[in-house]
Write a protein that binds this ligand. Structure first.
Ligand SMILES: Nc1ncnc2c1ncn2[C@@H]1O[C@H](COP(=O)(O)OP(=O)(O)OP(=O)(O)O)[C@@H](O)[C@H]1O
Length: 462
C-alpha cells in the first residue's frame, strides 16, 4: 500500500498544482488499504481530514485511480495514533514553494497556529474582499457582507444574498469567512454548499453520527451556506437546516445565505422558513455593467500576472456580458494563446481567438451537449466519456468536458459531477483547475479546448 501511495504522490506532483502546503498535509497521511473500489487513508486529526477532503480529494482520487487502474473513492478516517509512512512527497523542479517547504521542519504542524489564522480548507484563498471588484451591480451586497464580516452576530442576521449564476455570491461568502478570521482568528467559521450540507446530513443519519453533524454546524460563530435553492423539496434536510438556523440565530451567531432567487421565490420551502430568511437583510447581485466587467478583467489579469492592454479587456467585456465565469474564461483563452505562440496580447489576436466564442444569440448550452460534442471530438462514446476508464484519452476528454460545463453552464460542481456518472465535486474542481493550468502550457490542450468550445457554441446557434 505504501508503494501505491508513493506512486500516487508522484502522479499528483507531475500533474501540477501541488503547493508546499498541500505537500505538508500529504505527509500526514497513512494509506491503509484498498477494498474493492475504496482506498482507506488515515490521519491523526480532524483538521487534516477536512483539509484532505475539501482541498485534495479530487487530486488524490485521480492519482490513486491512475495507479490502481480503475476509478476509486477515498475514505479518510481519523486515528490519533496514526504514524504516516516515511514516504518522500516529491517536489516539482524549480518550485519556489518547495524550497520553503524543505526548510520547514519535517514533523507535522502544517502551519503556525499563533501568527496567522490557520487557512480554512473550505475557503478559496482567491475569493477575498481584496480581489472583489465593486460596481453598482454589487455595491450593496458588498457593503452588507463587509459589515457582517466586521462584526458577526450584530447586524443583518441573517444576510441573504441572491442573484444569477456566476455573479460573485460564492466569492462574497468566502470573503466574509476570510475577513472575519483575519480580524479575529479564533472565530469559528463554517462554509458549506447546500448540496454538501445535504450529503453530510444523509450520511450522518446512515452512520449514526447525528451528534457530530450537529457539532459541525451548530458550534460555529458564522455559518456561510451557499446555494440554498438546492434544499428545495428536500423536506428532512430542510427541517434539519431550520433547527440549525434557529439554534445559531438564538445564540446570536451569524448565518449568511446565498441563493439564485429571493426567499419569496424559493419554491418547496415552507413559509415559516422563508419568513426567517427575511428577518435580516436581503440583497441581490446583478450582472455587472461594462466598467465593472473591465475592472474585473483587469484585476484578474493582475492576479495572474499577464499583460493585457485596455482595448483587449474592453473587447472581451463588451462581448461577454452576463456571466463573470465566462468572462474570465475568455481572458484565460486569449492570454494562453498568446503565451503558447510567444506573441503579445493585442486586439487583433483577441478577435481571432474569440471569433467563434462570441455570439449574442446562443440558446442554452447543456451538460449533455458539451459531453456529446467532446465525445464526438475524441471519437469515443458518451458512456466512455462519463465512465470510469483511466486511459489517457478518456481522462483528458472527461476533464475538458467538466471544464467546459463549469464555464458554459450554470451548473454547480456537485451537479456537474452527477452528469459524469456521479463523480465527487472535488474531482470536478480538480479537473477544472487542471485544464485551466495546462491550457497555457500545452498547445494540444489549448487547441482541444478551443475547438470543442467553438463547436459547442456553434451547435447552440443551430
Ligand atoms: N465583483 C467581482 N470581482 C471579482 N471577481 C468576481 C466578481 N464577481 C464574480 N467574480 C468571479 O467570478 C467567478 C464566479 O463567481 P462566483 O462563483 O462567486 O459566482 P456565484 O454567484 O456564486 O455563481 P453560482 O451561483 O453559479 O455558484 C469567480 O471566479 C469570482 O471570483
Amino acid at each position: 500500500m505504501d508503494e501505491v501511495w508513493r506512486q500516487a504522490l508522484e502522479h499528483l506532483v507531475q500533474d501540477g498544482g501541488v503547493s508546499a502546503q498541500h505537500r505538508s498535509f500529504l505527509r500526514l497521511v497513512k494509506p491503509l488499504a484498498v477494498v474493492e473500489d475504496n482506498v482507506f487513508l488515515a490521519v491523526a486529526e480532524d483538521f487534516t481530514k477536512n483539509y484532505i477532503e475539501s482541498t485534495l480529494r479530487g487530486g488524490v482520487t485521480e492519482a490513486l485511480s491512475q495507479v490502481i487502474g480503475r476509478d476509486i473513492r477515498i475514505a479518510v478516517t481519523v486515528d490519533a495514533s496514526v504514524v504516516p509512512p516515511e514516504v518522500v512527497v516529491p517536489e516539482p523542479a524549480d518550485d519556489a514553494d518547495a524550497s520553503a517547504a524543505r526548510k520547514a521542519p519535517s514533523a507535522p504542524t502544517p502551519i503556525s497556529r499563533t501568527v496567522e489564522p490557520v487557512p480554512d480548507p473550505h475557503l478559496n484563498p482567491r475569493y477575498t474582499f481584496d480581489t472583489f471588484v465593486i460596481g453598482s451591480s454589487n455595491r450593496f451586497a458588498h457593503a452588507a457582507a463587509l459589515a457582517v464580516a466586521e462584526s458577526p452576530g450584530k447586524t443583518y442576521n441573517p444576510l441573504f444574498i441572491y442573484g444569477g449564476s456566476g455573479l460573485g455570491k460564492t466569492h462574497l461568502l468566502h470573503a466574509i469567512g476570510h475577513y472575519t478570521r483575519q480580524i479575529k482568528p479564533q472565530t469559528r467559521v463554517r462554509y458549506v454548499n447546500s448540496e454538501e450540507f445535504t450529503n453530510d446530513f444523509i450520511n450522518s443519519i446512515r452512520d449514526d453520527r447525528s451528534l457530530s453533524f450537529k457539532r459541525t454546524y451548530r458550534e460555529v460563530d458564522v455559518l456561510l451556506i451557499d446555494d440554498i435553492q438546492f434544499l428545495q423539496g428536500k423536506e428532512q434536510t430542510l427541517e434539519e437546516f431550520f433547527h440549525t438556523f434557529n439554534a445559531l440565530h438564538n445564540a446570536g451567531k451569524h448565518v449568511v445565505i446565498t441563493s439564485d432567487v429571493s426567499p419569496r421565490h424559493l419554491d418547496g420551502i415552507e413559509e415559516r422558513m422563508r419568513t426567517r430568511f427575511e428577518w435580516g437583510l436581503m440583497t441581490d447581485v446583478q450582472p455587472p455593467d461594462l466598467e465593472t466587467r473591465i475592472a474585473i478583467l483587469r484585476k484578474k489579469a493582475q492576479a495572474d500576472d499577464v499583460a493585457a492592454p485596455g482595448d483587449v479587456l474592453e473587447y472581451i467585456a463588451s462581448n461577454i456580458t452576463s456571466n463573470i465565469r465566462e468572462l474570465e474564461g475568455a481572458l484565460i483563452r486569449v492570454t494562453a494563446f498568446a503565451a503558447l505562440n510567444k506573441q503579445n496580447v493585442d486586439l487583433s489576436l483577441a478577435q481571432v481567438v474569440l471569433k467563434d466564442l462570441i455570439s449574442d444569440n446562443d440558446s442554452e448550452i447543456t451538460a449533455s451537449s458539451i459531453i456529446g460534442t467532446t465525445a464526438d471530438y475524441f471519437g469515443i462514446t458518451m458512456d466512455e466519456l462519463t465512465g470510469t476508464s483511466r486511459s489517457r484519452v478518456f481522462v483528458t476528454a472527461r476533464q475538458i468536458a467538466m471544464y467546459l460545463c463549469r464555464e458554459l453552464t450554470d451548473l454547480s460542481l456537485p451537479k456537474i459531477g452527477e452528469h459524469f456518472g456521479g463523480k465527487d465535486h472535488t474531482t470536478v474542481m480538480y479537473s477544472v483547475k487542471k485544464v485551466e493550468d495546462q491550457i497555457a502550457q500545452r498547445r494540444q490542450m489549448y487547441n482541444q479546448v478551443n475547438e470543442i468550445h467553438a463547436r459547442v457554441k456553434q451547435q447552440s446557434r443551430g
